[in-house]
Design a protein around this ligand. Structure first.
Ligand code: C5P
Length: 223
């Protein structure tokens, strides 16, 4: 799988869900398994890239040869990503970062009481949007989109609002696609307007295809 084109390329991949603390025993999270991001990191590393993987909590083994940074919350992920962003010429944001976190976290476990409990939520920082504002010439930036409806419209909007070169969109409602499973079916929306359907396959095969397209974009940007 060694590939001279990839040798020494620097790539940052984020993967997995985040955990947003409520109290010492409770948190909010999502269904991301991390499999897609780990497959991308593993394959890029096998091709010869210098890969940093920043991951929220998953059950997956750390891919061989990658620089691994483990985080929990969206805010920890943001800090880790910002600390290495400039050193990486390709950045793939696969992580399912929480959009909201509890406004208050509690040092002690909240005891159950009669009646309802309302938790106030506040927005987290959009990490990818921040990167889109800070990116420099020569950096390729790719985001993911997990949608249950109007996939194409949202993907195209994200290319502009987050200033990325490509959005990898997957339908979380179609069978064999999205979170948890070992297979995925994605559509690649490039900033150029090109649209590529990557048919249902294992996340490893889909990762290869995504990386091939990223390299094509990256070579264009480098010109
Ligand atoms: O806007 P939406 O959350 O659908 O965009 C998904 C993309 O944005 C993914 O690449 C995800 O990693 C990134 N994202 C982020 N920070 C957030 C939310 C999403 O980097 N707080």
């Amino acid at each position: 799988r060694e590939n001279p084109e990839w040798h020494g390329k620097t790539m940052l991949v984020t993967a997995g869900p985040t955990r947003e603390t409520i109290d010492p025993v409770r948190y909010f999270t999502n269904r991301s398994s991390g499999k897609m991001g780990y497959a991308i990191a593993e394959e890029a590393s096998a091709r010869g890239a210098n890969v940093t993987l920043i991951s929220g909590p998953t059950n997956l083994p750390v891919p061989r040869g990658v620089n691994f940074i483990s985080v929990e919350s969206a805010e920890q992920m943001r800090q880790a990503v910002y600390s290495v962003f400039q050193e990486n010429e390709m950045v793939i944001k696969c992580a399912a970062v929480a959009d909201y976190r509890p406004k208050n976290t509690f040092d002690q476990k909240i005891k159950k009481q009669d009646g309802e409990w309302t938790i106030e939520m506040e927005r987290t920082n959009d990490i990818l949007k921040g990167l889109g504002e800070r990116r420099t010439i020569g950096q390729t930036l790719v985001g993911f989109a997990a949608e249950s409806q109007q996939i194409e419209e949202y993907a195209k909007k994200k290319i502009v609002s987050k200033n990325v070169d490509m959005i990898v969109a997957n339908s979380i409602t179609s069978p064999g696609s999205g979170f948890q499973g070992d297979t995925n079916e994605v559509t690649l929306y490039k900033r150029t307007g090109e649209v590529i359907l990557v048919p249902m396959d294992t996340k490893v095969e889909v990762a290869k295809r995504i990386l091939d397209e990223i390299m094509i974009i990256h070579k264009e940007i480098k010109k």
